[in-house]
Design a protein around this ligand. Structure first.
Ligand code: UPG
Ligand code: MN
Length: 752
């Protein structure tokens, strides 16, 4: 009985459209070159040529990734004969900051994980890493473990679909039939949940520590976020559950040791600590990792993933299983361009036809042995054998000094994983603390060939690329209903910062020793997969070109030049055809994904805004880092929608409004917005005086006027921001800097 099926999706019409646009791009380039030959050149035309050549390159990269889409179907019902074979799964959750990531959110994620459907709960365990070292988070999780005794059996008895209580109780009205057992139970569980919420929300760190008679939080007493010993707490040990039916997976709280002398490597560091702690406690061969805001929305998700992990004759085909990110409580029409629906359908779907989807950092099922650097047996039969018989000393250099950890890795390396006797995880706390200390990794291979890779803000993409470079493929799991839902940032600062972090991270990879081109030449990263990685890696390199192209309009209007090809030659019709077909192509993609035309327009707009702000700043920060002038830090994204902007006056209708702060990320776009307005004004004035003095009504710059007008439409949120007030207005400091830039730019343009 098959567990999965790989279906090739046809897209002939799209392929023709791809080629058509590519031809137009080449035609444009050749007209451009010809017009340069005519001597009608100017700096502007040369710059336009360079930018257009770049856009053509990006188009080709995109064509490659979209060309052969594939879908995987999964049949979990066919697993029923193989229930005993199902491997154990360690579920790892990361949280970093109790302010930006409210403990209640983490609690809901954890509860939804504890309640997933799996034939044997003894095979599941949940580990939470808290980089915030917050007693409030620890307390919230402890209370959650208590509530899980009611919640998990309730979900299973009534086959609840969404097992995050916050969503379940928000989406489900009180049952009507009062008096029957279900509604009694429902009412009881709801009231217990409400009590849990109020306990969690009223718990503040100070009072937790002060009223800690049982001494449960003593370890937090002296702890500072950036300086404290490792804290490991077993909040629920499933082996101790006495009554059957009450069982649910282990729950362990981990806050790794921090010291100012050691870098903790942000999320990658946290994941490596969780990988080690889970290794010495339960050592499951499969690892599921989710961010703290990603709750389980489909309780069968682990079974679906098993279909893809066990369903291939050659496991090389499915090194890891990634669920693409989807979001809940989405803002209407995607005003910030970060729901990424089309990207998911078109690009991630297309990747499945290549070496496989990237690792996206959350909602991913990994094989522990691959995380430990094992190569596929089809490529490295000999190596694999050798890994199995690695000496104790070898393993110790790779994995570090813990005897227990080394023993556990031996189990993972040897092909037959012996059924592990049920351990008493509470007895492993000392070892767990040892492997979470900050110098544990010193001199080992953690963060390099083993575990989550260090050296990029996009540790997920880098780690996935390492796995693909070893020759593994990966599979995309997209279930209906969606498997996990997370939250997308709202507001200008959060959205732009997230894009900035990603663009910074991937540019770090491209320019560093992990460059995918090197991996294609010397390792097993497939050529087309390498090109697919490049689509994302060149994000921030697109910024200078986009910026330059956006500056051409104002520049030409100001100098009374023209960079657009003229109506007198073919170039004009090619430009027009390209503009129309590109936009129609995009529009149809949005329609095909079932999105509104408003969503399309918002995304077009955000695409310009993101490349000129986030990606440009990312580009600059990588350059500054390269010359040693600055450092790059992981900026955790705020996830609390109701309070993140700190303004109680938030209304439904202002939810999608762009918000600003004084971050430098807003400077380039603000300058451009001002520049376009100023130059249109100057242009009109120029032409008016020219008409008046000469009586000549020919306008050479119609194209440039239209172009700048279009820019103003694209940059509309910023135009509104120029006059807006409060957080909807661009702060004075940013406006001032932007004006300085605009004046300097115009000064430069004038210079002869
Ligand atoms: O020092 C840190 C910083 C972050 N995190 C965790 O990392 C996760 C992702 O951080 P978030 O601020 O939510 O960033 P997103 O932009 O939502 O993250 C996306 O992009 C990241 C890479 O940039 C990936 O790691 C994530 O999985 C992916 O969801 C969260 O669970 C954090 O708690 C830590 O554990 N320690
Ligand atoms: Mn996130």
């Amino acid at each position: 009985m098959k567990l999965q099926e790989r279906v090739i999706l046809p897209r002939t019409a799209w392929k023709l459209a791809d080629i058509f646009i590519l031809c137009l791009l080449f035609a444009l380039l050749s007209c451009r070159v010809a017009s340069l030959g005519d001597g009608g050149a100017g700096a502007a035309s040369v710059a336009a040529l360079v930018c257009e050549a770049w856009f053509t390159f990006v188009w080709i990269l995109n064509m490659n990734i979209k060309w052969n889409p594939v879908r995987f179907h999964t049949y979990p019902e066919n697993l029923s004969q193989r229930m005993d074979e199902l491997p154990a799964v360690d579920m790892l959750v990361t949280t970093a900051d109790p302010e930006l990531e409210p403990p209640l959110m983490t609690v809901n994620t954890v509860l939804s994980l504890l309640a997933v459907d799996y034939p044997d709960v003894d095979k599941l365990a949940c580990y939470v890493s808290d980089d915030g070292c917050s007693p409030a988070t620890c307390y919230a999780l402890r209370e959650a473990a208590w509530f899980a005794r009611l919640w998990v059996p309730f979900c299973k008895r009534h086959d609840v679909r969404v097992r995050a209580p916050i969503i379940y109780f928000a989406s489900r009205l009180e049952p009507e039939l009062a008096g029957d057992t279900f509604s009694d139970e429902w009412t009881f569980i709801k009231s217990e949940y409400d009590k849990l919420v109020s306990r969690i929300e009223s718990a503040d760190e100070g009072s937790l520590l002060r009223h800690d008679d049982a001494g449960e939080f003593t370890e937090f007493m002296e702890a500072e976020r950036t300086d404290h010993p490792a804290i490991v707490k077993v909040l629920w040990d499933n082996s101790k559950s006495s009554r059957t039916g009450e069982a649910f997976p282990h729950l362990v709280y981990v806050s790794s040791e921090k010291s100012r002398k050691h870098h903790h490597h942000y999320k990658a560091g946290a994941m490596n600590v969780l990988a080690r702690v889970s290794a010495v406690m339960t050592n499951a061969p499969i690892i599921l990792n989710v961010d703290c805001d990603m709750f389980v929305n489909n309780s069968q998700v682990v079974l679906h993933a098993m279909c893809l992990l066990l369903g291939f004759d050659d496991e090389t085909c499915s090194g890891f299983v990634q669920v693409p990110q989807r979001f809940y409580g989405k803002l209407k029409d995607d005003p910030f361009g970060n729901q990424m629906e089309v990207l998911r359908e078109k690009l991630l779907g297309g990747l499945s036809g290549l070496q496989g989807i990237f690792y996206l950092g959350t909602g991913c099922f990994h094989r522990r042995k691959i995380i430990y650097g094992v190569a596929p047996s089809s490529f490295a039969a000999v190596k694999h054998e050798r890994e199995g018989s690695l000496s104790y000393e070898d393993l110790r250099t790779k994995f570090g000094a813990s005897v227990e950890l080394v023993e556990s890795t031996r189990n993972i390396y040897s092909r037959e994983i012996p059924p592990k006797p049920m351990v008493n995880i509470s007895s492993c706390i000392q070892v767990a603390k040892q492997v979470s200390s900050c110098n544990y990794e010193t001199g080992t291979h953690w963060g390099q060939e083993i575990g989550w890779s260090y050296g990029s803000m996009a540790e997920d993409i880098l780690t996935g690329q390492r796995i693909h470079s070893a020759g593994w493929k990966s599979t995309l799991l997209d279930t209906n209903p969606p498997a996990f839902l997370g939250c997308a940032p709202t507001g200008g600062p959060a959205s732009l910062t997230q894009y900035k972090r990603w663009a910074t991270g991937v540019l770090e990879i491209l320019l560093g020793q992990n460059c995918p081109i090197i991996a294609t030449i010397f390792k097993r990263l497939q050529f087309r997969q390498c090109l697919a990685y490049l689509v994302f890696y060149v994000w921030s390199m697109r910024a200078p070109f986009e910026l330059c192209y956006a500056l051409l309009g104002p520049f030409c209007l100001f100098r009374n030049h023209s960079f657009l090809l003229k109506a007198s030659n073919h170039g004009f019709s090619i430009q027009l055809a390209l503009f129309l077909s590109y936009n129609i192509y995009n529009f149809l993609e949005y329609m095909e994904c079932g999105l509104s035309s408003r969503t399309w327009w918002n995304n077009m707009r955000m695409q310009r805004i993101i490349s000129i702000s986030s990606w440009f700043v990312a580009f600059l920060s990588v350059v500054l880092k390269a010359i040693g002038l600055s450092k790059i830090v992981f900026e955790v994204k705020s996830k609390d929608k109701s309070t993140s902007d700190g303004d109680p006056s938030t209304h439904e209708n202002t939810l999608g409004w762009f918000t600003f702060d004084s971050s430098p990320v807003f400077i380039p776009m603000t300058s451009l917005a001002i520049l376009n307005i100023v130059t249109i004004a100057i242009g009109v004035w120029h032409h008016a005086t020219f008409w008046m003095t000469t009586g000549n009504h020919d306008c050479q710059n119609i194209g440039e006027f239209v172009y700048c007008g279009l820019m103003i439409l694209y940059f509309w949120p910023f135009i509104k921001g120029l006059v807006g007030r409060g957080r909807y207005g661009i702060p004075w400091s940013v406006k001032l800097k932007a004006w300085v830039i605009v004046v300097d730019f115009l000064q430069l343009c004038r210079g002869d």
